[in-house]
Structure formats: C-alpha cells, structure tokens
Design a protein around this ligand. Sequence first.
Ligand code: GLU
Length: 472
Amino acid sequence: MTVITRFPPSPTGFMHIGTARTGLFNWLYARRFGGKMLFRIEDTDRARHSEAAVTAIINGLHWLGIDWDGDVVSQFSCTARHAEIAQALLARGEAYYCYCTPEELEAMREKAKEEGRSNFYDRRWRDSKDTPPAGVQPVIRIKAPLTGERIVEDRVQGTVKIAAEQLDDFIILRADGTPTYMLAVVVDDHDMGVTHVIRGDDHLNNTFRQNVIYEAMGWNIPTYAHIPLILGPDGAKLSKRHGATSVEEYRDMGYLPEAMRSYLLRLGWSHGDDDIITMDQALEWFDLDGIGRSPSRFDFDKLDHINAYYLKLADPARLVDLLADIYLKRGITVDDRGRARLLARMDELKTRSKNLGTMADDAAFLVLPIPYEFDEKAKSLLNEDGQSVVNLVIDALEKLNEFTAPVIEQAFKDLAAAHAGGKLGKIMMPVRAALTGRTSSPALPAAMESMGRDDVIIRLKFAVQDSFSADI
Ligand code: GLU
C-alpha cells in the first residue's frame, strides 16, 4: 500500500505553528515511507475566503521547505461531488431529509439542556413517514448508529472508545445544498486515496462522526494519528500572549527555516535522547510511534538554541543575503560594500546572535548610512569626556601606517596606557558608542578594518560633531 497523507489547512491568513507542525509530520511520514503528501485547501467558508490567505499558507510551506505532490486541491471546487455523496447516502438509506424549523430545533436544544444532554436532535425525521411540510428546504442528516461502542484505533492516542449514544444524526448537507465540513473531509480524503490522517487531536471527536460516513459508504477507514496540541510554556493553549504563534512571524524575526523545522519536529516527536535532529535523520527515523501523547509546551529558549546552532552551520553568503532582506524591510539598502563588510565579519556575527533579526541589530553599524541613531546609553557615554576620548582616537587612527585589526588594537592599548591608566574599556566604550550607536557590538578592531579608515573616521567625527553634541 502506498502511503498517502494529506495536509488540509483552512486558510486563515497566516500559518499557525501548530498547522505547520501538522504539515511537517504529514510530509515526513509520506517521504519516509516513499508515499505522497497531498495538499488541499479547505476553502468552503466563502465568507472568510481570500486568495491572500491561501498564498500565506503556500509561502509558509515553501519557506519551511515542505513540498507536496500533485496540484493544490480546492475543497470548494468539489462541492458537487460532496452533494452527490449525500444523495448516495440517501439512496442507501443511510441518511434522511430533516425538515425541522429553527423554532423546533431551538425547542429541542432547550429540552436537551434541561436534561443535561449534549445531543439535542431527537431524530424525529429519521424514520418518519410524515408528509414533508410545504415550503421547507430540508437538510440531509446521516443515520448514526444508536447503540454499541464506537472505537477509533489511533496511532498516537491508542484505542479510544465512546458510546454510540454520544453521536448525533449530524447534518451532512445544509438546506442550501452546501456540504458540511464533516462530509466534505471524508469525501475528499476518500477520493484523494488518503491512507493516513495525521492531524491535531482537536479533531478526534470529529473522527467518530466521520467514521459513520465511511462505514455508511462502505469505504476504507484511514489510519489515524491525532497529535496533541501545542501549549505555551505555562501549560495554557499557545496564544499571542505567549509570543509569536505564526510561521511568518518567526521568519520575519530572522529564524532560519531549517531551525524552525528542526524545532517543530522535536515539538511532540522524539527519537531517543537526540536533541537536534537533521532532516536527513528525520527522513530515516520519523514514525508515528515517536509522537508523544501529552501536549508539548512551546519552549522559546530551545528554539533560540536550535536557531543559534543552525546559524553557525549556515553558509555565510546566504546569511548576508538574508540580512540584506531584513535591512531592506527596515528601509536600508545594502550595497556591495556593505555586503562585503557583513561577509568579512560573519564568522563572529554568527556566534553572537540568536536570530537574524538580532544579528541585523548587532551589525547595523556596518551598513547604516550616516546619519544614524544613538541609543540612550550610547548618548550618555558620549558626554564631554567620552567625546575627548573619541577625538584622541580619531587622531591616533589618522596617523596609523596600516589600518589592520592588530595595528588598530595596539593603538587602543597605547591610548589606554597613556590616558586611562591602562584601562582599555575607558577608550573602547566611547568609541563603540560613537561608531555603532550602541553599547555592545562585535569586536571593534576587526570591524574597523572591514569598514576602512575613511569611513571609520567620518563616523567617529559625525558622532562628536556639534549638532549631535547639542542633543546629548
Ligand atoms: N481544515 C482543518 C483544520 O485546518 C483540518 C481538517 C482535517 O485535518 O481533517 O483544522
């Protein structure tokens, strides 16, 4: 049997990391077992539908390096087929028209509430011989089994049972002829030949209902794996309150896709004690048995740790490109000179940053045009004393025979010995503030070498010029 998984997100305008993880697991499972992963957009909610929302999901998949087989299937485009199956179920005697009015349904709901039942529909049209009322467009309801135990064998949750009484004769086709989610999913999964349904465990209850349709049609029930949801670090459902929840936000903050993928993989799936698992290893090892039954908590520090790990491995030229994109979003165009500087300092930058966003902050002085901004701490370091230090440094740098990191460093040491009792920090701190506008930065001598003497001196002069002094 060829494994066929599916990824059927509802387009919401962004890609939730839980959705991305579901996509990743389906993709890995299909790839691991030489199968296919199909991609369906569950776009039947036309009121909320937009192409931009579909594009957001597709971009998220591309960014994560997850591909799929075949065309993108639009669930909405299969509506006629869904209705056809609803008719087939009627013809088989497995479904029936229900003519209840909203008032009748409301009365049933009230009664069920009083009696403490969650299933309110009293199945009055199930075997009714009554003449249908004129002018009422009926819905179609499925005949759910009335007695016995309903069992779902789940590859993650194990054997899950409910009593048949917990099921209702749910609607499969609305009065306007549109299918419900319950029907559409089953018909599409069947028609697409899906063998494995790997999805969030918030769908487990739906599975009991969906199996009623499979059985009524005499179709094979797929293998199920319901993955526990992702929680925030405090154990509550992951939400904005905890931090970023969409893939796009992580991309924009400067996380690497391979790090995100590696983190999502470990969020709920494990392989022994392995912490960082490469995609090649995952493609060899991934299986449903490694998915835990208890919900995983999103650990922001762990993601940073994994991202730092992948940053160190990443090709420097690629990181320069990614940084240039980030700067562009911040309104700064990085020219060839800026790129060369970033590339020259990349080995060091990689070890200092947890993501490309913080790396872009850290390295901004290498590419920022003048005038640039000084943060509050940098401004206070550039008081009168600080400015005299910067002026001494400007003099010393202008006199150097060579503008290389070791020579620059020696010049700083000499200045410290002559003017600051040997305390290098007294020289470096104001110079750092002047050159970078910040109080922390990559090592200055090497950075200065990559910037070249002229630019360094122009910047140091800018930092101590009158217009600036006036506002500190
Ligand atoms: N469209 C559903 C969702 O985004 C998925 C349904 C399913 O996996 O069956 O939650």
